[in-house]
Design a protein around this ligand. Structure first.
Ligand SMILES: [Zn+2]
Length: 149
């Protein structure tokens, strides 16, 4: 990106988000980030404890209860999906905080226009405006369709 366009972006961005608003988002995102991190650490600790408990249990019990083994598997995949979603969100929060530091928070990464305040209020981690988000989504869906055929 050329320097002059960066200035335009920053100029436009200053009009939409005041320092107080930025500070408010920073506090909000930091709180969410810490809470989620805490939650993930807690879950990790309890799953380690769970594993220790299970390795102590008789291994033959699995063979005797196939239904139980199946539900354990379902639980495991559910936890993995949950963990994947959470770590994705953690990364999004991290990115949003980074954008605050860099002064690009609230600017669409695709079209470089300011993201409307209402959208940021609803989704503080948003890095695209609605139009660009829909555009990217549409393209992804089309690409998925093409790769299938
Ligand atoms: Zn955009």
């Amino acid at each position: 990106m050329a320097y002059w366009s960066l200035f335009l972006v920053l100029g436009g961005f200053m009009d939409t988000l005041s320092n107080e608003e930025l500070e408010r988002f920073k506090v909000l995102l930091t709180e969410r980030y810490n809470a989620l991190l805490e939650e993930l650490r807690y879950r990790e600790r309890s799953s380690i404890m769970e594993n220790q408990r299970e390795t102590g249990a008789e291994l033959s019990s699995y063979a005797n209860h196939p239904a139980e083994a199946a539900s354990d598997y379902a639980n495991l995949t559910m936890n993995l999906n949950l963990a994947e979603r959470d770590s994705k969100y953690l990364k999004q929060l991290e990115d949003a905080l980074m954008r605050i530091e860099k002064g690009t928070f609230g600017v669409c990464v695709v079209c470089k226009n300011a993201i409307p305040m209402v959208r940021l209020e609803a989704v503080p981690t948003a890095n695209k405006c609605i139009e660009c988000k829909n555009e990217v989504k549409k393209r992804e869906q089309e690409e998925a369709k093409h790769s299938l055929s």
